[in-house]
Design a protein around this ligand. Structure first.
Ligand SMILES: Nc1ncnc2c1ncn2[C@@H]1O[C@H](COP(=O)(O)OP(=O)(O)OP(=O)(O)O)[C@@H](O)[C@H]1O
Ligand SMILES: [Mg+2]
Length: 483
């Protein structure tokens, strides 16, 4: 890999393709016998002596031993794949394995050789200085000089599976490049390609597993968490980009510092690209007219499925994660907007408030619709379908006409008696906000900018002068029975 300056100068994104080199590939230390295998948490807390490093090594080595042999083999392969890898990065461990990539934690060995303006931690943790030796009598020798050692800088190395299409890989990197200055979005430091293997280098962000903290979150904690997530979304959406895969594992949150970053733009896309007009963008009168015509041409709603369906199949982007897909994605809207991300945040909030993860647990899109319909009821679900030219019919007895209020679902899920135990005032504000996120009609759903002004997201902020924009509009119901 050739050296390059990782600056934030505005320039079109391109992947570095280095001239093949034999620099260091022969002098590989064995990853299994890695000398200084350690984690960052303690290192960020205190200065290290060699003794401490040895201690840390000991405790980590058991983790090292426990590390799956396959992981070790993969790490070895990764280091061998990229010439000069070992001079730049010291691979530490695997931190994530997703559908499209494996992510490793590594130390950035050449941090000081580059422009690191992306580094938000830079000012906070420049140097760690071991305690001074107070001995008046001795001369200051080289050995007694406090050795100033910069705290190690960690990166996350995302190894994108070679089976991913080149367009998809390029799309992710290009969007990350476009979003490099956005607050709460994990910036892309650089990327490398070696034949068909691409790795993206991101700053390592310390975070906890959502499952470890979501049950303990107070409404104020939740508001802080969501403020960080909506700050990221506001910037992403201002760039006209849909993330498409908002879920807890893609928002890395560190409860002690109350900071979070949005990662994983693997499914992200630019709004409007690849979309075709959908009737949800027509006015209500036009839509009703079109629905009437369509229904008049067919013989009205059927029970079951037609055996030989001659209607052209409808194609729409349905990428995302089960349980987090917005209703318009399930209804195959061909003109999806940034509002799909807001629905997914709503699902995260519902999860936190109900203390159930995952909240939705469907096996496919039809089941996902049933889950949503059970909560919102037939009437609102039908209206949601009509927005996109779809007819929602169900004879499932558990799907009632009116559905349930979200506040009742929260009370049931948290095992509270709705007659004797009410939501707290803060929870009630959170529910108002939740209703704005889980609005079935995307045009009425709250935007990220509006969310940041909402009373709930201002909770815990010193300045409480914000306005409540949580006004709820009437749902645009098209009554099929009357057309
Ligand atoms: N910058 C980072 N700092 C720390 N950990 C990270 C970072 N980026 C990713 N990770 C870890 O790796 C995991 C997978 O990353 P990412 O979501 O980008 O990959 P993916 O293959 O697209 O995953 P999935 O398909 O599961 O969404 C994350 O959930 C997180 O735990
Ligand atoms: Mg992910």
């Amino acid at each position: 890999m050739a050296a390059q300056v990782r600056s934030r100068v505005a320039e079109p994104f391109r992947i570095h393709e280095d001239v093949p080199s034999t620099e260091d590939t022969q002098v590989n230390e064995d990853i299994m016998g890695m000398e200084d295998y350690e984690d960052d948490e303690e290192m960020n807390e205190q200065a290290h002596t060699n003794e401490e490093d040895a201690q840390s090594e000991l405790s980590e080595s058991s983790e090292d031993e426990a590390m799956d042999t396959n992981v070790q083999i993969d790490m070895e392969k990764l280091q061998n794949c990229f010439p000069g890898f070992r001079q730049k990065y010291r691979l530490i461990k695997r931190i994530g394995e997703g559908t499209f990539s494996t992510v490793y934690k590594a130390e950035d060995l050449m941090y000081d050789s580059y422009d690191n303006s992306w580094d938000i931690e830079k000012e906070n943790d420049k140097w760690s200085t071991p305690p001074l030796v107070h001995d008046q009598r001795s001369h200051t020798t080289q050995q007694q000089q406090p050795s100033r050692r910069r705290k190690p800088k960690f990166v996350a190395i995302k190894k994108i599976y070679v089976t991913s299409s080149p367009n998809r890989i390029f799309n992710e990197l290009e969007l990350l490049h476009d979003l490099r200055d956005c607050p709460s979005v994990c910036p892309l430091i650089t990327a490398f390609r070696q034949t068909d293997q691409v790795i993206a280098i991101l700053p390592y962000f310390r975070h906890s597993d959502f499952r470890e903290y979501y049950r303990d979150m107070t409404p104020t904690d939740t508001a802080t968490y969501l403020r960080s997530l909506f700050t990221a979304l506001s910037a992403v959406h201002a760039h006209g980009i849909l993330h498409r895969d908002i879920k807890p594992t893609n928002f890395l949150y560190d409860p002690p510092t109350r900071r979070g970053v949005l990662v994983d733009f693997g499914l992200a896309e630019r709004e409007g690209v690849d979309s075709k007009p959908c009737m949800c963008h027509d006015g209500s009168a036009v839509r009703k007219q079109r629905l009437r015509t369509a229904l008049a041409l067919s013989s009205g709603p059927h029970n079951g499925y037609p055996k030989n369906d001659t209607r052209p199949s409808r194609r729409a982007n349905r990428a995302g994660t089960r349980g987090f897909r917005a209703p318009e994605v399930l209804f195959k809207c061909t003109e999806q907007t940034t509002k799909i991300d807001i629905w997914s945040v709503g699902v995260i909030l519902l999860t936190i408030m109900c203390q159930r993860f995952p909240f939705f647990n469907s096996a496919d899109d039809v089941e996902a619709m049933i889950e949503i319909a059970t909560i919102f009821g037939q009437r609102r679900m039908k209206a949601a379908g009509h927005l996109h030219g779809c007819v929602f019919e169900s004879n499932i007895p558990t799907i009632g006409s009116g559905g349930f209020e979200l506040s009742r679902i929260i009370l049931w899920s948290t095992c509270r008696d709705e007659k004797t135990e009410a939501l707290t005032p803060d929870e009630a504000v959170a529910v108002k906000f939740l209703e704005r996120c889980l609005e079935l009609d995307p045009s009425k759903r709250i935007s990220a900018d509006e969310a940041l002004e909402h009373e709930f997201l201002r909770m815990g902020l010193e300045d409480h002068e914000g306005t409540d924009q949580g006004e709820e509009d009437e749902m645009d119901v098209v009554n099929v029975d009357s057309v």
